[in-house]
Design a protein around this ligand. Structure first.
Ligand SMILES: Cc1ncc(COP(=O)(O)O)c(C=O)c1O
Length: 384
């Protein structure tokens, strides 16, 4: 059994927790190497660690990646950035989500770099930093076709040439986000990349030098080398998953997270007896039911009621009845010798069997991102 390294977010006593997300840091290092293999120097990496590093624990994930040479990090909110700063991370942190003017003092106090989606927020920032000796770094996001946050392409050059970007603010990066890098319309993605490239060229022609140009998420890293520019923003592939529906053969990624829960009790049901809320499952035969200490408040979705499966003794046990806030019941009638204290695996390997976040996503009609991000703070993160 590998050593269990304490997490930074939970007191030691919780390591006896019956519900654990075990994080394999060597798999993370392996996936980082896969990202690097797809890049041509001098392209750099900004690791996307928002949403608590997709449920993996942003502090330890970021510290580990920083130790492996990753120089930049991306989060969605100021609070996420502050958490990393409080843990001692000194690398540049880009706040990629939308900001309110009232949040800017916190952003500055923690040396976080904002993504500017529209000029008014840049004006508010400039007003705060005007008296400082050095300009504040910003990245500008242009909407080349995502239909979400960002400056319209035609607004970028005027903004870059405005007095804001010549005094109080320093444009360190220009970025865009791809709408369909993992989808089936390469022409659309190529047109977004081309639009971005044209804007970068316009800026250069106008004498504006922007050190960092970044476009690519995981799918684009794998499928669109022309999107790499000099910085890429991998998220899901660092954690061992792919979002691409088609395209080149899956690279050799390793899943980083294993989710497990200890069987707390075995119930013996007579035929006709029911399980859980609303009696949503009724035994059609004498049954043995294992009770697991994980529920929708931990991120194990209620939509898995009577639908999901877990592994016990290396075999699939179906979820029966409604997933509760704190508990889930599984049918182990066909799996001999399951007892209280056994480990059920909800995501990961057990023996020869595996359940992945992709499997849960299929059962839930969603994507692995949502499955991983949903794993809540009550689940103890244990780093191996
Ligand atoms: C702006 C931005 N860049 C990069 C990423 C990383 O995407 P992925 O996890 O698909 O690599 C995200 C995630 O949603 C994002 O919002």
């Amino acid at each position: 059994m590998p050593d269990r390294i304490p997490t930074n977010t939970l007191p030691l006593s919780t390591h006896a927790s019956p519900t654990i997300a075990a994080i394999d840091l060597s798999a993370l290092a392996h996936n980082l190497a896969v990202v690097r293999r797809h890049l041509t120097a001098p392209c750099n990496i900004l690791a996307v660690v928002k949403a608590d590093a997709y449920g993996h624990g942003a502090v330890t994930i970021s510290q580990t990646l920083a130790g492996l040479g990753v120089a930049r990090f991306g989060v969605a909110t100021i609070q996420e950035g502050v958490t990393l700063r409080d843990a001692g991370l000194q690398a540049p942190i880009l706040v990629m989500g939308a900001l309110l003017p009232a949040q800017l003092p916190d952003l500055l106090a923690h040396k976080l770099t904002p993504v500017i989606h529209e000029p008014s927020i840049a004006e508010a920032l400039a007003a705060l930093v005007r008296s400082r000796p050095d300009p504040s770094p910003i990245h500008i996001k242009v909407d080349t076709g995502m239909g979400r946050l960002g400056l319209a392409p035609e607004a970028v050059l005027p903004f870059l040439q405005s007095p804001l970007c010549k005094g109080p603010l320093r444009v360190e990066g220009l970025m865009t986000h791809l709408a369909d890098a993992d989808g089936g319309d390469p022409d659309y993605t190529e047109s977004q990349i081309a639009r971005f490239r044209a804007l970068a060229a316009q800026a250069t022609a106008a004498g504006v030098s922007i050190p960092l140009l970044h476009v690519a998420n995981s799918a684009a890293i794998l499928r669109y080398p022309s999107s790499h520019f000099n910085l890429v923003r991998p998220g899901i592939m660092l954690y061992g998953y792919q979002s691409a529906l088609r395209g080149p053969a899956a690279p050799d990624l390793r899943h980083v997270l294993t989710l497990s829960a200890t069987v707390m009790q075995i119930k013996h049901l007579a035929s006709g007896q029911s399980v859980g809320y609303n009696r949503a499952y009724r035994a059609s035969r004498p049954s043995r039911i294992a009770v697991l200490p994980i529920g929708y408040a931990d991120g194990y979705s209620r939509a898995l009621s009577n639908r999901g499966h877990v592994l016990l003794k290396g075999r699939q046990a179906p979820v029966v009845g409604r997933v509760c806030m704190d508990m889930t019941m599984v049918d182990v009638t066909d799996i001999p010798d399951v007892t209280a204290g056994d480990e059920a695996v909800l995501i990961g390997w057990q023996g020869e069997a595996q359940i992945t976040a992709d499997d849960l996503a299929r059962w839930l009609d969603t994507i692995p991102y949502e499955v991983l991000c949903a794993i809540g703070p009550r689940v103890a993160r244990v780093y191996r």
